[in-house]
Write a protein that binds this ligand. Sequence first.
Ligand code: UD1
Ligand code: UDP
Length: 367
Amino acid sequence: MKILFVFGTRPEAIKMAPLIKEIERHKELSRLICVTGQHREMLDQVLQIFNIKPDYDLNIFKKGQSLTDITSSSLRGLEEVLNQEKPDILLVQGDTTTVFAAALSAFYKNIKIGHVEAGLRSGNIYSPYPEEANRKLVSVLANYHFAPTINNKNNLLREGYDEKNIFVTGNTVIDALNYTVKDSFTFGEDLLNKIDYNKNVILLTSHRRENWGEPMEEIFSAFRDIIKEREDVEVIFPMHLNPLVRERAYKYFKDLDRVHLIEPLSYLPFSNLINKVKFIVTDSGGVQEEAPALGKPVLVVRNETERKEGIEAGTAKLIGTKKENVYKNVLELLNNKSLYDKMAKAINPYGDGQAAKRIVKILQENL
Ligand code: UD1
Ligand code: UDP
């Protein structure tokens, strides 16, 4: 059986890595890896950590790329790879534009598609944008849906997908965390080693397209006020490489000593940083899954989320992007110990770290 992995961004690489490692343990399975290179530096960081060497690199990245650029370059490049390799199945993970383009390219060639992290739905096609549409489009094309949770499976059943093609596996991100997070971890970065994590250290990330512009300014403005009012608070913000994010971050935080604007961290330090900070404020999808697994409260700066399990479990809270809401909720979590303790419980609604094993078994049984 010839399995072709296609991915292109940081989170896809992180969540595919455990599956690639698991498949490598099965000598009867042959695996090929093609990266689109939708991300460049942020993808290469992950490949390095997990020691993954792609067989094909379409190298489509260009600064300021549009959704059309990513889709069309990926489709063109993948057509050649598929013509050459003729895999039995193409595996994609998640909801980025690489994922959509890769699924479409396989569909055009009548190649089977397995979708890892299937069935997540926010219910609003414009939020997250364009990811909610990407996920739905990939579901239409996929032959096998690997749903992380029962909720995700139910979303697919509601949309009329055949139950025999839906498999609840857990999310491979938990497998990845088990690989990287250690309580004894020390950072290679001096700055991160010097921070006193017994204090109120908040980890902030933001990059979502629907937050570009005003919503991001509102979030950052709330943090600016909090930092000025509270001397006991420190913020670490590993900035996404998108210049739109970085310009805004510099505008609001450049003169504040207790906001550490740093480069994107490689997965090893980043996942261990989640494990050390007091809590997290983010619009990231993956971080919403990792924080509950490590017992860290997470305030989600978005209006909708497809990761409802963390909210239902009480470790995540959806707070929107309005300045007053961000300000109020961050302060509440800093001030209210019983609220903090209630949110800071380690639960794993997203899996038990065995997702990759399950997916490989399903592939063996079904192909
Ligand atoms: C993409 C995905 C999003 C995912 C995110 C993970 C789409 C449409 N979006 O968003 O679902 O949550 O990745 O981080 O698929 N850049 C670099 N170097 C890099 C990566 C990005 O310089 O390694 C800069 C470039 O200027 C690029 C910009 O960031 O134009 C945006 O990158 P892009 O992949 O288009 O979108 P993301 O916002 O990263
Ligand atoms: N991440 C990382 N370094 C960082 C920020 C995030 O390794 O500086 C990891 C994080 O642990 C998670 C993934 O990247 O596994 C999430 O990626 P991102 O937030 O870019 O995308 P999303 O999950 O929102 O699609």
